[in-house]
Design a protein around this ligand. Structure first.
Ligand SMILES: *Cc1c(COP(=O)(O)O)cnc(C)c1O
Length: 431
């Protein structure tokens, strides 16, 4: 007979054998067992309930255990859970790709499906490299990325992450060497200042081996939670055109409404040549990512020496994930997501503002469904995580950054519990 583990047994075995993200077996950080989740609530095995401020790392849009997503999943499981994508195709994948082309910025009309955000970034980088190889300029084989950027943990993706927080020195001999531009200092809503663009402009004018610029449009996520001027994005698009360099937009965190537009690129009215999507793609149900490109890129690749794009994951286009992704997009578009994000933005601005008066706080910033409180100095998870749990909220800070991006369906009351909990915990910190 199947016997459940007790909470203590589970946590003991976990500490013994299970790697968690960025974790150590010598100094394990506090870990909590979740038994089930519903709406915006996580139900812990120890009987406590937490309001989820993280959307399980930007991915949950409509809340946990959503009846329509559950149904899409089980319906597809009854038909087929998986089938290889080489030489075979199916309706969930075709429908999803068609939807993504329809919704994403203009010009993007080819879709490569893969398993995770990092892989979609690898795919985007390979597309750019293969494009320049195909059109007879193989010397264009390096990337410009922004400081404070985050693009994933695989080798290619890691090479374009912030060199300091991405711990480049640990992998110094194994990482491709890329160029890093300063992040723009002008905030979202502010006009661009000449010094914002100076660094990337200088790189584009002096380096002749650049294949593409890769950036997170409007919001830099895990690398700094920084929201920057939309005019910067326009300027970078123009510079890329001027210097004949591709633009890769990594919307793995910002896609599907989080910033108040369906895609963050829309704030600047630009289209990238290549777009990465992930995290929210299945509404947080399972892992799936997509890399979109325009005709210029796809034709260049297909007319080249290799003749085909050289990538093909085993679980490419997984039907379960595609079916859930289609339904998640339907739920999003049928609901009033814009009003929801607007409501969250207003409330986050109002309720996080008092944090600004606290001595340990350096900055408070809000855009769309994202609220950030930046502290003066880094704090350990051990200091903060249990305190948040005591407040009944799930907030996972890192370094100096305490931030939330709850599911869009969160009620005003639950959102207040989150913001008040954050205020209480931070107000007790020693400066
Ligand atoms: C999370 C994230 C990734 C990596 O996605 P994974 O699914 O964790 O591999 C890449 N880029 C951005 C902007 C992200 O937020």
């Amino acid at each position: 007979m199947f016997m459940h583990l007790s909470n203590d047994q589970l946590l003991d075995l976990d500490r013994e054998h299970v790697w968690h993200p960025y974790s150590s077996f010598l100094t394990p950080s506090p870990t909590y067992a979740v038994e089930r989740a519903e709406g915006v609530k996580l139900y812990l095995k120890d009987g406590r309930t937490l309001i989820d401020g993280m959307s399980s790392w930007w991915s949950v849009l409509h809340g946990y255990n959503h009846p329509r997503l559950n149904q899409a999943l089980t319906r597809q499981a009854d038909a087929m859970s998986h089938v290889m994508f080489g030489g075979l195709t199916h309706e969930p994948a075709v429908r999803l790709c068609q939807k993504l082309v329809e919704l994403s910025p203009e010009g993007l009309n080819k879709v490569f499906l893969s398993d995770s955000g990092s892989v979609s970034v690898e795919v985007a980088m390979k597309m750019a490299l293969q494009y320049w190889h195909s059109v007879g300029q193989p010397q264009k084989n390096r990337f410009i990325a922004l400081k404070n950027g985050y693009h994933g943990d695989t080798f290619g993706a890691m090479s374009v992450c912030d060199p300091v927080t991405g711990m480049h020195h640990v992998f110094a001999d194994n990482l491709m060497q890329q160029y890093f531009a300063e992040r723009p200092e002008s905030r979202f809503g502010e006009p661009l200042q000449p010094q914002d663009i100076a660094s990337i402009q200088h790189l584009l004018e002096t380096k002749k081996d650049v294949a593409a610029v890769i950036l997170e449009p409007i919001v830099q996520g895990a690398g700094g939670m920084w929201m920057y001027s939309a005019e910067y994005l326009q300027a970078v698009r123009n510079l890329c055109d001027k210097h004949n360099v591709l633009l890769i937009a990594d919307e793995i965190a910002t896609g599907f409404g989080r910033t108040g537009k369906l895609f963050a690129c829309e704030h600047a009215g630009i289209s990238p040549d290549i777009l990465c999507l992930g995290k929210t793609l299945t509404g947080g149900y399972m892992t799936l990512a997509a890399t979109l490109c325009n005709d210029k890129v796809s034709q260049g690749i297909c007319e080249g020496e290799a003749g085909v794009f050289m990538h093909g994951p085993t679980f490419m286009g997984n039907p379960l994930a595609c079916a859930v992704a289609c339904e998640s997009i339907n739920v999003l578009l049928e609901g009033d997501w814009q009003a929801n994000i607007q409501r969250m933005e207003t409330q986050l601005k109002q309720e996080l503002k008092p944090c600004n008066t606290l001595k340990s706080v350096a900055d408070v910033r809000v855009l769309g469904g994202i609220g950030v409180v930046e502290l003066h100095r880094s704090r350990s998870l051990d200091e903060l995580q249990p305190a948040f749990v005591e407040q009944g909220i799930w907030v996972r800070p890192f370094g100096k950054l305490v931030y939330i991006m709850p599911p869009y369906c969160i009620s005003a009351e639950d959102l207040s519990t989150l913001t008040q909990g954050i205020y209480r915990v931070i107000s007790k910190l020693k400066p």
